[in-house]
Design a protein around this ligand. Structure first.
Ligand code: NAP
Ligand code: MG
Length: 402
């Protein structure tokens, strides 16, 4: 069989530790035997980030802007313990943070559902995708402790030097205050990324804030979404038979629990942080979550939602057997290859990505799985396999499908 050809390079961002080991195995066992893999390779492993003073991260984000699709391996975000371990010149910033800022993107996370692993909410039969606004609010706050007898005010100095003031509180006892902000432009980018992704997935979009209490701040989010929807997306949504639906965050939570899934839920930064952990846990495992960063101008970066699985890597280094779940990393590859195929109009590549995902799910539903899933799967006949054997088991099923 002739290998599948790729018209445009895919930006490949390699990473660290156990996921770096898995990255190479996926390419060797499941990709290069079938595809003439055309990637522009960037090594975002911490060793190379340190060698290049993190320039490689910036270069990889620029390449993503140029070509439109990237696939990223999990990477170490250095902390104090990593400084001596990797002999670092600096405590380099999180690559995800750098890339997200450069692409001005929104992150969408969805669970991968398999038979045998029942969500804690058993009526969730279709995935719930969380879209989290990744700018501002409490993540860029200014806080103070306030002594009793103080008066706290909001004060804005305008471009012409004039001031606008509002009382926060007259403190009769000790307390605390916090200042938050967001930007119309960032909220607009977030809205467009969500509307585009809903059209892509052909799923309804829900958006929720607390606008009844936060009558200016949260209300601004609601208004910007509504305005962009009316002017730019309403007709496209109606043509696809999907819906945009705004509701209060409390009402959204109640509806989510009662739902069957199958929609995208857009959340403000803090709500998205909290709710994505809730959704991931309720669906079973972080190792069964896909994650994609989508920019408002339609650039896509696919990755796994979990980290570099450090504990497993140290076992691997000692020569011990590991049983690490590669599904989220594998789905980062299939997501990126499918998107590349759609943009380049190469149906072979799209078909390959779809079959590789089916083969992966079939493997787990046949009872062959890694240790993390083995612990939670309710299948009667199940076998725990090691990291590499899982990929071989997927390949057996893939070869049959092709
Ligand atoms: P982690 O790598 O996600 O692992 C946490 C634990 O979750 C693991 O020890 C393992 O539990 C389980 N786990 C996660 N992924 C798994 C998989 N694929 N298969 C089986 N089990 C899995 O998070 P971490 O240990 O907090 O962080 C390690 C490094 O990853 C850090 O340096 C951090 O900076 C980085 N990180 C990167 C990203 C990213 O690039 N997107 C995201 C988060 C963290 P058991 O040990 O109990 O088996
Ligand atoms: Mg969180």
């Amino acid at each position: 069989m002739a290998k599948i050809q790729m018209k445009t390079p895919l930006v490949e961002m390699d990473g660290d530790e156990m996921t770096r080991v898995i990255w190479q195995m996926i390419k060797d066992i499941l990709l290069t035997p079938y595809i003439d893999l055309n990637t522009e390779y960037y090594d975002l492993g911490l060793v190379h980030r340190n060698e290049t003073d993190d320039q490689v991260t910036i270069d990889s984000a620029n390449a993503t802007k140029k070509y439109g699709v990237a696939v990223k391996c999990a990477t170490i975000t250095p902390n104090a313990a990593r400084m001596p371990e990797y002999n670092l010149k600096e405590m380099w910033k999180s690559p995800n943070g750098t890339i997200r800022a450069m692409l001005d993107g929104t992150v969408f996370r969805s669970p991968i559902l398999v038979k045998g692993i029942t969500p804690y909410i058993p009526t969730w039969t279709a995935p719930i995708t969380i879209a989290r606004h990744a700018y501002g609010d409490v993540y860029k706050n200014t806080e103070m402790r306030v002594e009793k007898g103080s008066k706290a005010e909001l004060c804005v100095t305008k471009a012409d030097g004039s001031e606008e003031r509002a009382l926060i509180h007259d403190f009769k006892s000790d307390g605390i205050i916090q200042g938050l902000h967001n930007l119309d432009e960032s909220i607009g980018s977030f809205a467009r990324a969500c509307f585009n992704y809903a059209l892509d997935l052909k799923q309804d979009l829900w958006f929720s804030t607390k606008d009844t209490i936060s009558k200016k701040y949260d209300h601004r989010f609601k208004d910007i979404f509504a305005e962009i929807y009316e002017n730019e997306y309403k007709e496209k949504f109606e043509a696809q038979g999907i819906e945009y639906f705004y509701t209060l965050i409390d009402d959204a939570v109640a509806r989510v629990i009662r739902s069957n899934g199958g929609y995208i839920w857009a959340c403000k930064n803090y709500d998205g942080d909290v709710m994505s952990d809730m959704i991931a846990t309720a669906f079973g495992s972080l190792a069964m979550m896909t994650s994609v960063l989508v920019s408002p101008d339609g650039i896509y970066e696919y990755e796994a939602a979990h980290g570099t699985v450090q504990r497993h890597y140290y076992k691997h280094l000692k020569g011990e057997e590991t049983s690490t779940n590669s599904v989220a990393t594998l789905f980062a590859w299939t997501g990126a290859l499918r998107k590349r195929g759609e943009l380049d109009n190469t149906p072979d590549l799209v078909d390959f990505a779809n079959k590789l995902e089916k083969a992966t799910i079939k493997t787990i539903e046949d009872g062959v799985m890694t240790g993390d899933l083995y612990l939670i799967s309710k299948l009667e006949n199940k076998t725990k396999v090691n990291t590499e054997d899982f990929l071989h088991a997927v390949n057996e099923r893939l070869a049959e499908m092709l």
